[in-house]
Each structure stands twice: as structure tokens, then as C-alpha cells.
Design a protein around this ligand. Structure first.
Ligand SMILES: [Zn+2]
Length: 167
């Protein structure tokens, strides 16, 4: 009985340290809505995870990267008053949502740009679309050296231009 308990605890500890070692510093959740086919979900989540890890943005711990089906997008668009068709980030709900169609209708450069753009919104705490775009461009041109550096540059610039963080 005691041995069983000890084994269970050891197993738990090993499990935690193994997953921590695999993704140091990243504690994001990658999910699909039930409306996305499992095979498509697996494939697209693998793509998102790889790009997110390569770009090395420091989003809040537990941040959710969610893929939804295109059929769900109109309801989301209405609910959040979205102007875009493929991606949005919600700072309060701590999640970035992608329309699965993004990964079917476009190629890798667009996926990378979309993920950099959404990461810039969150990491730099930017709502302004132009400033966010500038950060994403800066990041891509420097090979994703540092979100912090790029954020600082453009948030300072935006502040000095007197821009407000408004939707
Ligand atoms: Zn945006």
C-alpha cells in the first residue's frame, strides 16, 4: 500500500520534470475545438506549436492556442466584433484563436506572420494594429531575436507619437 503510494508520487514527479525539460519556459496549451477533425487538429497544432516555440515569444503562462473550425468563425466574429477572418487574441480570456482555414488556404510564411502578429499583440500588450504590424515585421527581419527588444522599440515609438492603445 505504502509502496504503491510512493510509486505513484515518483511517477507524478517524473512526469512533471520530463514535460518541463521538453519545453523550458513554455507552458502553453494547444487545443482544438471538437468541430475540428482530429487528424487535422493534430497536424495543424504541430505546426502552430513548432512556430510558437521557434519564435520564442513570452506569453503569459497557461496561454491557450486554440484552433476552431471555419463553421464556428461567424459566431466568434459576432461575439467579439472581429474584423479579421483568421485569427484573434483575447487578452482577458488568455487565448489566441485561429480559424483552421488559415492553415488550408495559405502557406507557411502566412502562418508564421499570423502567429508573430498575434504574439506581438499579447507580448507587447498592444491593441493598435499598425504598431502590432511593425513589431511583427521587426521580429521577422531580425529572425525573432527578441520580442522584448522589438516591443520596447515600437511601444516607445507609439507613445512618443501620442498614439493611444485603442481597438
Ligand atoms: Zn491584429
Amino acid at each position: 500500500m505504502v509502496l504503491k503510494w510512493i510509486l505513484a508520487v515518483v511517477f507524478l514527479v517524473l512526469g512533471v520534470s520530463a514535460s518541463a525539460a521538453r519545453k523550458p519556459g513554455l507552458s502553453y496549451q494547444f487545443q482544438c475545438s471538437p468541430k475540428v477533425d482530429q487528424w487535422l487538429c493534430d497536424r495543424q497544432i504541430a505546426v502552430v506549436r513548432k512556430i510558437v516555440e521557434r519564435q520564442n515569444a513570452h506569453l503569459p503562462a497557461g496561454w491557450v492556442w486554440l484552433l476552431v473550425s471555419d463553421s464556428e468563425w461567424p459566431a466568434l466574429q459576432q461575439r467579439y466584433r472581429l474584423k479579421h477572418d483568421y485569427a484573434f487574441s483575447h487578452l482577458g480570456e488568455r487565448r489566441t484563436v485561429f480559424n483552421s482555414l488559415l492553415f488550408q488556404q495559405f502557406d507557411r510564411p502566412v502562418w508564421e506572420w499570423a502567429i508573430a502578429h498575434e504574439s506581438a499583440h499579447v507580448t507587447c500588450d498592444l491593441i493598435d494594429e499598425d504598431a502590432t504590424e511593425e513589431v511583427a515585421h521587426e521580429l521577422a527581419s531580425t529572425g525573432f531575436m527578441s520580442f522584448e527588444k522589438s516591443c520596447a522599440k515600437f511601444t516607445n515609438e507609439a507613445l512618443s507619437h501620442g498614439e493611444k492603445k485603442s481597438p
